[in-house]
Design a protein around this ligand. Sequence first.
Ligand code: SF4
Length: 75
Amino acid sequence: MDGNRKYSNEDITVLWQPKKCTHSANCVRSLRQVFDPTKSPWIEMDNATTEEIINTVNNCPSGALSFTFNAENQA
Ligand code: SF4
């Protein structure tokens, strides 16, 4: 098992690859209500807008966070 985790809302699915995560905590600082390592699951997709989540995912310095639009997954 690679330990990768997926988290979805109605628009997007966020992939977190823990082996790439450098624990810079950029995501936690920028969107704490979604990215909270003290909670389980540590990513709570319902606590912000899709746009806010995308912005935060795109600022992950290690590439541990990525996302796909759900419509693409169904194609
Ligand atoms: S921003 Fe990326 S590298 Fe930093 S803690 Fe979050 S997931 Fe890990």
